[in-house]
Structures are given as C-alpha cells and as structure tokens.
Design a binder for this molecule. Structure first.
Ligand code: ATP
Length: 352
C-alpha cells in the first residue's frame, strides 16, 4: 500500500510536535522513523494509524485521503510497545478477537489463525495466557494479532524495546522477513540506530518535529547532510573548515588540523564556503605511503574491546580525533604519536 504524507503539522495545544512533514512511502517498503526522544516519531505514527488527527496537511493511503478516517476503518494495524494483549484471553483468543470484530466466519478464522501461528512460530503456545509467555513470545502474539487481519500497512511503535539484546537481534530479522513475505508496507518507529540500519529499506531522520534527511541505510550513514545526522546515526569526527577548491569529484577543505580532500560534498558547494567535515572513526587508520588526508595525533586513551580498539587522540591544535583499529594485535602506549589518514571517499563535506 502506497502512503503519502503531505505537509502534515500537529499541535498539542501550543506544542508543535510535527512541523510540515512530507514523505512518500512505496508499496511494500519497510520505512523507518528514527530520531531522539520527543522528535515526533510516535505522533506521526499515531496520525498514520488514525489515533491522532493532523492539525494541518493530508495523509493518503493508495491515493485516498484518510486524514479524517477513524482508526478502525483504516487499512492499517498497529503493534504497540507494550503489546496490549488481553490478559484473560488465550493466545488463540487474542488473535481471534480482531477477526470476530470483522465478523469473519468460524471456518475462515480457524484457517487464518492456524496459518499466522505457524508464520510467527508459536503454534504450540495457542492455549497459553499472556502471563505464561516470555517477552519475545508475547511480541510474536502481538505481531500475529495484527498480521491475521491482513492489513495494507503495519505500524510498529518500538516493538522490540522490551526485549533483551540477543532476542532483539533475532526479532529484527524475523519482523523484516514477515513484512517482506507478506508484501506489507511497514512503518517502524525507533530510536535505536542499529535497528534502523540493519532492517530498513529507507530511513527518515527526525529532529524537533521535522524530517532532516531521508535515504537508505548506507546513504544516511555514509553521506550525512548535517552534523546532527552524522552524529545521531553513528560516531563521527566533526571538523569545521573552509572550502578552498572544488574539482570533479573532490572538494579541498582547510581545517585547523590540516587540509583534507573530500570525495563527498553537496551539489552547488562554492569555494570560500564555511563547511563541516565528517570523518567516521573507522575511516581513520595509521598512515600508509600515500600522503593524503594526513593528521598527526597524540594518543590519549585506548579502550581495548577485543575485536577492536576505540582510540581517543588529540591533534597539536587541540582537536579531539577518535579512531577505531579493527582486530588490534597489540595496543599502542598512551602518549605515543601517530599519523592517521582517511581515504577521500570517506570524508564528507556538510553545510550545516
Ligand atoms: P519518544 O521516543 O520519547 O517516544 P517521540 O519522538 O515519539 O518520542 P512524540 O511522542 O511524538 O515523540 O512527542 C513529540 C512532542 O509532542 C514532544 O514534545 C511531546 O512532549 C509532545 N506530546 C506528545 N504527546 C502529547 C500530548 N498528548 N499532549 C501534549 N504534548 C504531547
């Protein structure tokens, strides 16, 4: 089901929770809303589900304006963070509830519930009550209950927030598989960047009610357009500088700790502009023979984590530079001097 969000704003009295949000979500896409607490993700999801009305703007499902259609008449189903299962009903009865509301005949109900129990792999739990299930099992019941009514789109509000780290990783794959196998359009709210990076077809990063950037996981991670996006989606060294020259495929930027060649920069960037550079810690490594994008640092602190070392260092002008070393065979002594470099393709110019 294709979804269009057109210039939607939402006020709660004088709080502006959504500020002129527009998004186009394709049929069958698993789309993520990612941002810090209070940025408006849940409000946007609730507007899509019909649990809130936009103050301005329109929401279209398959080209039809549903902005004022009540929740129970929309072709959508929501999975809530707390699961919201009926405690006095069995798993089977919980899943059956929505179908009974829709007056689906018994034979058809039995067929659909049997199918969905198998799909989310909880067939043997059908007779249990929610308080006899683990968190992960309850999550599967909540998913089954929404999938069984065959909605056009699935709205997921931090569905894995109550699970432990290992189960969260397993369920990521599972939810993506379920959405893709059923051809469902999924809109998924989270503030967990790894969940978004590992599961999403596309991600919208939100801040203070606005959409800052929309793109695939690699676009957002590798080519952030602002300091906020660069640092929200991962760790980054942010250096302020001035653009000196631009040639095909490369911008040259002068910063307090040296001159950098950047392979990624916004269209229309002009020489003389004040800019920011983003260089991810994993893009920096001990310098090889090619004299490019070099920066001389002194190591201040090393966190040895086994598969990697997380190093904090400082340049002569006092700029802090973070870099990762993968699979380190030994650690360098703190206070040692090291020359780092980054491939120009890993250096991103941003205007904000
Ligand atoms: P979180 O990750 O913490 O759930 P969120 O990004 O989902 O946050 P929202 O819950 O959409 O954010 O809230 C957006 C803004 O609207 C916040 O400033 C919040 O305080 C405010 N807000 C949300 N619901 C209401 C309400 N019912 N009445 C008044 N203000 C509200």
């Amino acid at each position: 089901m294709e979804i269009n969000i057109q210039q939607v704003s939402k006020y709660y009295s004088d709080v502006l929770a959504l500020d002129n949000v527009s998004l186009d979500i394709a049929d069958g896409e698993l789309f993520f809303l990612l941002g810090p607490s209070g940025c408006g993700k849940t409000t946007l999801l609730r507007c899509l589900g019909g649990f809130e009305q936009p103050s301005q703007g329109k929401i279209l499902f398959e080209g039809k304006d549903v902005s004022n259609v009540p929740a129970n008449q929309r072709n959508s189903a929501m999975v809530f963070q707390g699961y919201a299962l009926w405690p006095h009903l069995t798993v089977w009865e919980n899943i059956s509830f929505g179908l009974e509301m829709q007056k689906i005949a018994k034979e058809e109900r039995v067929r659909r519930i049997t199918d969905v129990l198998a799909k989310v792999q909880i067939t043997d739990l059908a007779k249990r009550k929610p308080n006899e299930l683990s968190g992960g099992q309850q999550q599967r019941v909540a998913l089954a209950r929404t999938l069984v009514v065959a909605p056009g789109c699935l709205l997921l509000d931090e569905p894995l927030a109550n699970l432990d780290a290992k189960l969260r990783r397993d369920m990521r794959l599972e939810i993506r598989r379920l959405c893709k196998n059923s051809g469902l359009t999924g809109i998924y709210v989270t503030h967990d960047r790894q969940e978004a990076l590992s599961m999403a077809d596309r991600i919208a990063i939100m801040q203070a009610g606005k959409i800052c950037q929309v793109g695939t996981a690699t676009e957002i991670y590798r080519q952030p357009q602002s300091r906020f996006v660069a640092s929200f989606i991962g760790e980054s060294n942010l250096l302020s500088g001035k653009c000196q020259t631009i040639s095909t495929g490369e911008a040259v930027v002068e910063t307090a700790c040296g001159v950098f060649r950047a392979g990624k920069f916004p269209a229309g960037l002009q020489p003389g502009s004040s800019v920011w550079l983003s260089i991810r810690p994993e893009a920096l490594h001990a310098a090889g023979p090619a004299p490019v994008n070099r920066v001389q640092v002194t190591l201040q602190h090393i966190d040895y984590l086994g598969e990697m070392a997380d190093n904090i260092s400082v340049t002569a002008d006092g700029t802090a530079i973070k870099f990762f070393e993968l699979n380190p065979r030994s650690t360098r002594p703190e206070g040692s001097s090291i020359t780092l470099e980054a491939d120009p393709d890993e250096v991103v110019v941003m205007l904000d």
